[in-house]
Design a protein. Sequence first.
Length: 415
Amino acid sequence: MSVPAVVVIGDGQLARMMAEPAAALGIELRALVTDSASSTAQVLPFTAHGSPNDTSIIRQLCTGAIALTFEHEHIPTVLFRDLAGQLAIEPSREALLYAQDKLEMRRRLDTLGVPQPRWREVTSMADLEAAGAELGWPLVLKTARGGYDGRGVRVIGAASQAADWLARLSGTAGEGLAGVDETTAAANSAADSENLGLLAEELVSFDQELAVLLARRRSGEIRQWPVAETYQDHGICSEVSVPAPGLSTGMTARAQQIAQQIATGLDVTGILAVEMFHVPADPTDPTGRPERVLVNELAMRPHNSGHWTQDGSLTSQFENHLRAVLDLPLGDTAMSAPAAVMVNLLGAEDAASDDEPRANYAAAMAAHPEAKIHYYGKGVRPGRKLGHVNMVGDNVEELLAAAREVRDILNRPTS
């Protein structure tokens, strides 16, 4: 019997973390990487160097493979066209569009009847003024494509605060959009985003940010993990608690029903992460609206909010993603303990490039031998995702305190 092979586009930590379940299942995981020292290239023997636009290289990498998948959304249409018929591409181009383009996502979710913030497309200063008048100031302004980890997002109190973005959008002040870094801008181009737009959204008054994670295989089977609460630090997910503290049974069921509706409606294969806002009932609201959840964004790949599943679930998001794209029966997503947390290890603000968190392993492991440390093998710089700490047990608050201590020990200067 030939060894089943899966190709993943991307060389960051998400592709890296697919390697362990792939090896356990006897799946040959191959990756398209840009750098031999990248996080993924360090752990996979089967790699090729190139960009998502290098379809000839990708075609060779896919020879004999069963499925092609991704660890990010910046995938050009040409790849789908040139590889059509060679192997399964999961998620499909038709589904991935709604994770690539926030305007397309908002339009499609409206047609599905999914609850989301009020929004408007913006292509001019007049559009933005009108959006502010309708949605209220301040509002949230996003680039339609390319934003991640807080990039490409602004909260503005007046249209003038987005004059630079609008000038770039109209082509009167060079190319690209402020707040979107060069790497992302290049990815935007690769993902056919020459018609970048802006998305204006109402500023939602929420009390929790939630993440609903599920896996769906091509034949339709869906498995969901418990709803998680996420905590953001400057737009980057810093902590995750599962199950989401204080979320009622009814709201949990509603959030999971919405995620399943999206997965089915968009025909997603693989992991789908649905980021949501929990909005409590407002006793002063004359409309009497009850508490509700609103969809913020989508990701169709393993997601930061699901890293806890490596140690807190019977089947991790990475294993179920591989099972899903191969159309194999999905693994049990039940929790292995009553509670689980994930704390990201981010490069400290004063981090030096020669700091080495692994030099602090002995102290961190001695302090909390029950902690599970996952390191990405990246160079250190402030704010960079270097790894994460998972802990499972009975009490979310106690677990968070312990995981934060491990993170802080790892972040101690070593240079």
